[in-house]
Design a binder for this molecule. Sequence first.
Ligand code: COA
Ligand code: AMP
Length: 630
Amino acid sequence: MTYKDIYESSMHDPEAFWMQAAGAIDWDKTPSKALFDENAPFYEWFSDGLVNTCHNAVDRHVEAGRGEQAAIIHDSPITGAKSTITYADLQTRVASLAGALRAKGVGKGDRVIIYMPMVPEALMAMLACARLGAIHSVVFGGFAANELAVRIDDATPKAIIAASCGVEPGRVIEYKPLLEGAIKQASHKPDFCVILQREQSRADLIPGFDFDWHEFQQGVTPADCVPVEGNHPVYILYTSGTTGAPKGVVRPTGGHLVALNWTMKNFYQVDPGDVFWAASDVGWVVGHSYICYAPLIHGNTTIVFEGKPVGTPDASTFWRVISEHNVRSFFTAPTAFRAIKREDPKGELIKGYDITCLRALYLAGERADPDTIEWAQKVMKVPVYDHWWQTETGYPIVGNPAGIEALPVRIGSPTVAMPGYDVRILDEGGHELPAGALGAIVIKLPLPPGTLPTLWNADERYKKSYLTTFPGYYETGDAGMLDEDGYLYVMARTDDVINVAGHRLSTGGMEEVLAAHPEVAECAVIGVTDQLKGQLPVGFLCLNKGSEASNEDVVRDCIKLVRDQIGPVAAFKLAVVVERLPKTRSGKILRGTMVSIADGKPFKMPATIDDPVILDEVRTALQTIGYAKD
Ligand code: COA
Ligand code: AMP
């Protein structure tokens, strides 16, 4: 069958298409149908089935005789550690951890926050929760205590599972002070914490509240998998929206299993037993879907890589990992390749490694610029597939269906819609636009299985954020166009979200932090183009009238404030003090125009601008930090 046949069958008869895909999953009770649309616009899939994610990701492979196959390879150039965990080991370790959590009262529906670096135990913690039907929420290690506190208050976890530390190049990040700070700040208090002690820095445990990862498992009865309904959430993953309050994306169990499993062969071209590597972090959706769940559900070997594309120890790390572990398909963010290209522009380092095991490179998480794609193709000598998706969907919306049929690559486009996704382009009034016209990228409802059914405890916010602007469609927040052949081009975000090194961040959230500085009367944060990270945030600060603080002091304080409140991952290192912000006559800050000035791009003077002179002040301020070059 061609891609076109498969795509059309998913559109004409989604019931048959998804029920057939569901056949690859082990159900405790087979669902009676695929789509449950009784509560539209809240759609659910496989709701009346009973199933367990951990059984499908671990136990069934052991039962099928794959027990001795590697499930997880941990490769940590940053600590020097390397280990392999078979499916049989994984089953034993996850069942034991789940048993210990159950003995402390964690059960189906309870939330558990996981705050861990790239160690295999992070995956075990996720799987142990899934085994019990508990709902995990992984928080990325690069977020500050405040962000963790916000998530604790929203998810109200019964327990938190954390490591004693993470390791970044040149520094060990102690997690315990961040964790304690967050628990102190949050109104909700978990019943207990489980701490994985790492040798790089051991944490002091609070007796009766903190339990050592190993000790608390001693003597417990291992837990079996608890079947849950198809619509039961397997996890909540917080992502940036327009405000500082992150959105809790809910992932439903049944659709997640079915859809992720489908993508592994049809999209990422791997068969059970093949090694699949996604170089991301478990704190992001890529890590949830393609480090943890999809490869394990599909019976692949996954790599947990604790390192960076450069500097651990050099720009050849990716090539070493691919060749040493026989990686078949590799997934990362374009920023990682920009970093490698910058260090080793001629691709000399790859010559020392045999990477003929690799079939393709998959890039996502941010726009893949043509230079990066072409460079990667040239040095790696494999097809490079850009693909586009988001935390909300959990797996590709648009990509090259290489496992079915490799379509010709058109550089600049992540290719075509995946089965189940009816992607359209609308104008501001909600009218469908013809091929070649730029507009809002939307998906006609219902979204396919595995995508978010709602936001955690926030049905109204879900409707307002995604379903209200264009009734009948899901609003992706991206703008772009479709060409005559259905190839999508993703151009920009339509909201205040920016993408820094493949990390999705909210400029609105940063503005909230800056506005809390006592000397700051008004502020704006924009995302400017950066050669390495794609975008970088730049803050504009207007100080209070009569403020006696020096500009340098306020800028320094503000940079520290964002690092302390949001975290180092915000990469907020650039801010300028300006007298006024450019606005429309109705008071809307002209952020888009400021971005054009910073990037040196031509722009049309907004007809509604209040005072055009302010744009010159913005340009002058940006020039002091190396932007807005003439
Ligand atoms: N825990 C604590 N701190 C973290 C962290 C973590 N898990 N991850 C990142 N940070 C810190 C970094 O140390 C850095 O701190 P610094 O300001 O003191 O230097 C800061 O957050 C920014 O991190 P990041 O934006 O990731 O940049 P980087 O300097 O670590 O380098 C590149 C990253 C440029 C090499 C980039 O190519 C890369 O690999 N980014 C990650 C891509 C990715 O996995 N995206 C996920 C979506 S697929
Ligand atoms: P996240 O939810 O963190 O995965 O971020 C999703 C957002 O990243 C999308 O809405 C896009 O703005 C951007 N993005 C992800 N992949 C791509 C891609 N291949 N091309 C362009 N933008 C992308």
